[in-house]
Design a protein around this ligand. Structure first.
Ligand code: ZN
Length: 316
């Protein structure tokens, strides 16, 4: 498959990203379209097909074949049936995505959870290069997780392993989209940080965040870097909750590397110092001694690159 190319698709709640990738993981071309999830699964599949079609034409124009298509989806994928079991952000349940795509392409299509795909990408070419036991945690609207154990992606019995965002940290905490209370993602996701900022503003705390109309987590990161006290406190609280979650992860898996992705991971030492401190405090000495906690390196490309890697792994 050395001179063949691969297509990696990252299906998100907002955008569909596609990349034409070579067998070394270099991106040759990228495409993007709005997901428009409210138009329904068939219409979304049609937009994915269009991206695949464009990327296939570009490969053909370069005189190359495409070996297959990997698709990262924001939910649980049932690889054997080629369906999306559940994707809450898209409001999808039991969607036969591979069948929908199959009507437009004869190439093999592989589905995987998006956080798992990102974990594969980071282990292949990003912050987890050379890692054997790696946990990837992505902080966004929710919190996603992917596990690489003994060098391979571990997706569990039916594709739903690694959901670190739903480990319960505070049984009396905020209600989570999954129905539980106090899941990690209700305490430390981008959404949770924005909620904390709004509460502080409502309480009349002095902060430059009060000026923002559509407050986002990145505004909090920027305010913290400008030494805004409220923003610094929010990042510190979020880092400590995340550190508790990491302590559990470290004790369970004894990983060599934990990669933190998502926009918030760009916060630097403001986030990583309290995070590392809390993670070490909350875990046993032996696993804490060997683990590295590092920011992701591939940014928005991790999903597409990891989805492409899926094809290489499955086709080998
Ligand atoms: Zn939950």
């Amino acid at each position: 498959m050395h001179d063949e190319l691969i297509i990696g698709i990252d299906l998100g709640g907002t955008n569909i990203k596609g990349a034409l990738v070579d067998s070394g993981g270099h991106i040759i071309s990228k495409q993007k379209a709005a997901t428009l999830a409210n138009t329904g699964p068939r219409a979304v599949a049609e937009r994915i097909s269009r991206i695949i079609g464009d990327l296939e034409s570009q490969a053909a124009a370069a005189g190359k074949k495409v070996a297959g298509i990997g698709v990262g989806i924001p939910g649980q994928a049932d690889q054997t049936r080629g369906t999306v079991f559940f994707a809450p952000n898209l409001h999808w349940r039991d969607v036969p995505l591979v069948e929908y795509l199959r009507s437009r392409t004869i190439l093999p299509v592989y589905l995987e959870n998006d956080a798992n795909a990102a974990a594969l990408g980071e282990q292949w070419l990003g912050a987890g290069r050379g890692s054997v036991n790696m946990v990837m945690i992505t902080i966004g609207t929710g919190i996603g997780g992917g596990l690489i154990l003994n060098g391979s992606l571990y997706s569990g019995t039916n594709g739903s392993a690694g959901e670190v965002g739903h480990m319960v940290i505070d049984p009396d905490g905020p209600l989570c989209s999954c129905g539980q209370r106090g899941c990690l993602e209700t305490l430390t996701s981008a959404t949770a940080m924005v909620r904390m900022a709004k509460e502080a503003i409502d309480q009349g705390k002095k902060t430059i965040l009060a000026r923002e109309e559509n407050l986002e987590a990145r505004d909090i990161v920027m305010a913290a870097q400008a030494e805004d006290k409220v923003a610094l406190l929010i990042i510190d609280v979020a880092a400590r909750y995340l550190g508790m979650g990491l302590g559990n992860v470290i004790n369970l898996f004894n990983p060599d590397t934990i990669v933190i992705g998502g926009g918030v991971s760009k916060a630097g030492d403001i986030l990583f110092e309290p995070l590392r401190r809390e993670a070490v405090k909350r875990s046993l000495e032996a696993p804490a001694r060997v683990v590295k906690i590092v920011p992701a390196e591939l940014g928005n490309d991790a999903g597409c690159i990891g989805a492409a890697k899926l094809v290489l792994l499955t086709a080998d």
